[in-house]
Structure formats: structure tokens, C-alpha cells
Design a binder for this molecule. Structure first.
Ligand code: FPP
Length: 249
């Protein structure tokens, strides 16, 4: 049976084009259930699969997920190893279905510091899906928003130095074009689960005009229904981008 959209055609037209998610609360979920933190991350991966499927079903253009930040290296060796293994397991089990669904995978972050197996798996997933034209699935691994801006600044400086770009030609678009997400719309909706209300260095430039929603639910408990509630709240928000509401609007 075809899955039925919970919204009218007009509301569906107001769905975000780009959703970013900070998947927070795996550790607290594990503690609550007296399980290891690794088990919490594994449960979080189940949520991730459902949310990706639903995002694709809704026809949303881009989904960015914060899987591993540059600060996450400071966690215990055991937890880092568990997260690295989950990344491998996730691609091994999902890549066929994602490719079949025309999903294009992009890794946000510096892959050079990752263990070889993970690096190769991620590069292979990007290559295999590079020609796909459906959902843009961005997975942030060893990602930091400030580091991304430093990388952009260096690339632009190099263009100015070699004469292919003048200082006056640098615009906001130039910066967007040197981010990992180049060619994709800015983030419209940022969701961070578990009640924390911080951006934690995620997509700093791309989130400039995003709406933020902070559900209390821990990530492993976050359901497709909770996601729909967040999307519904977004649909009914008034977005002004610094302007004023249109008369009568
Ligand atoms: C935050 O929870 C979550 C993370 C640091 C990792 C998120 C990763 C996954 C959901 C799975 C791996 C990703 C892929 C792509 C397979 P936390 O541990 O900080 O939770 P806490 O704040 O309750 O301790």
C-alpha cells in the first residue's frame, strides 16, 4: 500500500527542502536502559534508517546527519571504535537500497583522518551514488563547522592568489560554493533531539536562516511520528528571513 502523506497538497509544498539533524541522546538512552553506550549508538542507527527512509518518501531534497564530530575523538577508545564500526555496518547493510532509491551520498568532513577501512567505504559510497539524482544524503563524519569555513577561506584565498578570482568578486555564494554542501539548498530545519539546545559546530554557514526544533525525545526513541510532528511545526512557522510579514499574509 502506498504510504499516505499526513498533509494537504498546500502544506506538503511547505515542507523543508533541507533538514539537518543532530542525533543526540544515545548515551542517555543507554544509561536509562542499563546498556552500554555502544548499544545506545547501535539503537540510534536503527532510528537513522527509519528517518532516512521517511525523508526520501516525503520527497525532501536534502538530509544532513551529524554522525561524528571532530570533538568526538575525545570520547573513550571503545566508544570511538564502536561508532567507527557502526559506520561500516551501516554502509554494508544500506548502500544497495540507498543506491536503488536514487539517493546521492556525500560525506561532510575530513575523511583523511579516518581509519583506512572507513575512509575507503565512505569514498566508495560517494562514488557509487555520485550520479544519483534523488535525496541528497549528507553524513557528517569527522566534521566541524569552523573547520569547514577555514577550508573554504583557504580555497578562496588560493583562487585570489593565482588570479582566477578578484577580492571584489567574493560573495556569499562564493563561500557557499566552497562548502561541502555546494550546490545544495541552505538548511531550512534543524532538529536536535534529547532536549539540548545547541548547534555544536554543525553547518554554521548553512544554518543561517534555519528554523530550530528541539524535541525532548532521545534519538533512539525518536520515531517517524515525532519527525512528522517536527515537520508539521516547521510547516506552520512563519519564516521572514529578516524581512516583515507581507500585508495580509
Ligand atoms: C550523540 O549521542 C550521538 C553521537 C555522538 C553519534 C551519533 C551516531 C549514530 C546515531 C550512529 C552512527 C552513524 C552512522 C552514519 C551509522 P550522545 O552519545 O552524545 O548522547 P548523550 O548526550 O545522551 O550521551
Amino acid at each position: 500500500m502506498k504510504w499516505k502523506l499526513p498533509w494537504t497538497t498546500e502544506e506538503t509544498g511547505k515542507l523543508p527542502q533541507h533538514v539537518a539533524i543532530i542525533m543526540d541522546g544515545n548515551g542517555r538512552w543507554a544509561k536509562k536502559h542499563k546498556l552500554s553506550v555502544s548499544r545506545g549508538h547501535r539503537q540510534g542507527t536503527e532510528t537513522l534508517r527509519e528517518i532516512i527512509r521517511h525523508t526520501d518518501d516525503l520527497g525532501i531534497r536534502a538530509l544532513s546527519l551529524y554522525a561524528f564530530s571532530t570533538e568526538n575523538w575525545n570520547r573513550s577508545e571503545e566508544e570511538v571504535a564502536a561508532l567507527m564500526q557502526l559506520i561500516l555496518d551501516f554502509f554494508a547493510s544500506e548502500i544497495d537500497e540507498l543506491d536503488e532509491k536514487n539517493v546521492r551520498i556525500l560525506i561532510l568532513g575530513d575523511k583523511s583522518r579516518l581509519p583506512e577501512k572507513q575512509r575507503e567505504t565512505l569514498i566508495e559510497a560517494e562514488k557509487r551514488t555520485a550520479g544519483n539524482t534523488g535525496l541528497r544524503l549528507n553524513i557528517a563524519v569527522n566534521y566541524g563547522g569552523r573547520a569547514e569555513l577555514v577550508k573554504a577561506a583557504r580555497e578562496i584565498a588560493a583562487l585570489v592568489r593565482d588570479g582566477s578570482l578578484s577580492e571584489d568578486e567574493i560573495t556569499e555564494e562564493t563561500i557557499s560554493d566552497h562548502l561541502y554542501t555546494r550546490g545544495q539548498p541552505d538548511v531550512d530545519l534543524l532538529i536536535r533531539t534529547s532536549g539540548e539546545q545547541r548547534l555544536s559546530n554543525f553547518l554554521l554557514y548553512q544554518n543561517a536562516y534555519a528554523e530550530f526544533i528541539f524535541p525532548d525525545t532521545l534519538w533512539p526513541d525518536f520515531t517517524v511520528h515525532d519527525y512528522d510532528l517536527a515537520l508539521d511545526a516547521f510547516i506552520h512557522r512563519e519564516r521572514r528571513f529578516g524581512g516583515r510579514q507581507e500585508a495580509g499574509g
